[in-house]
Design a protein around this ligand. Sequence first.
Ligand code: LR7
Ligand code: MN
Length: 584
Amino acid sequence: TNVRRGRIYRMGAACGVLILLIYALHKWSSENVLNYSNDALLPESEVGYYKFHREVYPTLKTDLGNFEPRDLRKVSGPGEEGKPYHMSPDRANDISESESEYGMNIAASDDIAMNRSIPDTRLDECKYWHYPEDLPKTSVIIVFHNEGFTVLMRTVHTVIDRSPPNILHEIVLVDDYSDKENLKSNLDEYIKRFKGKVRLIRNAHREGLIRTRSRGAQEATGDVIVFLDAHCEVNVNWLPPLLAPIYRDYRIMTVPVIDGIDHRTFEYRPVYQHGINYRGIFEWGMLYKENEVPDREANRHKHKSEPYKSPTHAGGLFAINRKYFLEIGAYDPGLLVWGGENFELSFKIWQCGGSIEWVPCSRVGHVYRAFMPYSFGNLAKNRKGSLITINYKRVIETWFDEEHKEYFYTREPMARFLDMGDITDQVALKEKLKCKSFSWFMENVAYDVYDKFPKLPKNVHWGMVKNKATGVCLDTMGKAAPAYIGTSTCHGSGNSQLFRLNEAGQLGVGERCVEADSQNVKQAICRLGTVDGPWRYDEESHQLIHRLHGFCLTLQPHSRTLGLAPCDPNNTYQQWTISHKKPN
Ligand code: LR7
Ligand code: MN
């Protein structure tokens, strides 16, 4: 998932822990602590159903938190303390083989202890929170398709080692039809050592991660379920802080802060600068982004270590009351394989009466792969266009209102033509749960999206940008920004040749903007918070005119490179048509 983090770091106020603790003690005085087992706080109809809806708050004290480990592993070895593991150069073949097979260096993982130590990346304050002792019984669900064995098992080991045993009810591994032999043969044998705590179930067909997670939720028997990707390492005392908000209110979904694990060296790195909190947002093409928590939300909290509200989440790692998750329909079963389910769940939760909180004291490391190592198999077969965009379309058609749908189609114009299947059930669910509008969500929850990604002006032209002299089309050549734009044979299938010129003069391609000078034309990261640009298209002369000197986009006849040049109405190398065709 593509993440952009805000760049402006607020200076962290240098508060001594002592001052914080005195303050905290003052705030969380004992009157906040009610009798946990007071079911009278629940509406009668829900007693014994959701079990957890209690006005119980964690307390910040001066002594070490009740679930904090007292002794941490200290040994030396590859990858210990989360340090990068650099393999000797004579293993270069093993490294490149496993990287191309798994998108990560499984050869390195194989050398690293299952229970290696990793740095405690939390705020110091996190160590002093005390949580209710009788937190809900939890099933950790890990779905996987062809993952590296040691990476998957390290996920399991860290959960076992770093979760309170009486709260960790089970780990459910759901194999999404892996076909790697070592996974099939070793797993059953290996998990025997966990004496029934770890269960393995297998899909009879490839279902994709989204449906597989819904199945895991159905099969789990804990009160709360926690989803993890199959290449994670949970950090010190990760679980109680995730459960505490759910214990208080079953409609809160909680999300840990996700640290990075390097796919080559397995170095464990804190995701953010210490003490700065981020939350999940999105841009209008439904790419997931992160943004520093806006003041409006930050000001609601006394401590940086407290959970805070977030519009959405990256997708992979979160905790939720199991019955609640099933009652809101789990994931839309029409979402296939990968992508968009994070938004579906988030919009559904927020619009239908629940909320999402990110929990800074819960940290989990995740291996960000070099590329997606698996194909979408048969699931993608009968689908035109990009499966992920189809998923997004289902989600926005269900949850957005007319105004915001327009922004999505402005940013992803081809999506209008894609067949998203039937969403009758999703719309019916929205009715049944009496969910609020998307504008309500934008105004009350995701208000910071507009600061970074303002409402989009309409496209005046979009599609292939074709040169009159040569008949070639502008093409990003599949490169990541910043990169030069080139030209290639026009193919009409969108993607790297799909450009959009909007009413405010921005020429965009994907989520990037086209920038130019006399020497070259590039796609670059758009200036955050702006949707305008320097371009104008002249319908008569077919020129793309740049504000800079009023020059025109020109294909250099000899070098075939692009640049700006003085406009000349007779130069066909400066003439472009912008058009699209309906995909078949
Ligand atoms: O067909 C599949 N079946 C599966 O069971 C494909 C995948 N999977 C498994 C896979 O083995 C893994 O355990 O599903 C899990 C997630 O797949 P990844 O690791 O390939 O996904 P990702 O980490 O690239 O992508 C993020 O977005 C996805 C969108 O559908 C999911 O929500 C992932 O869980 C999510 N990962 C995270 O949120 C971790 C942090 C990344 C960020 C930002
Ligand atoms: Mn992942």
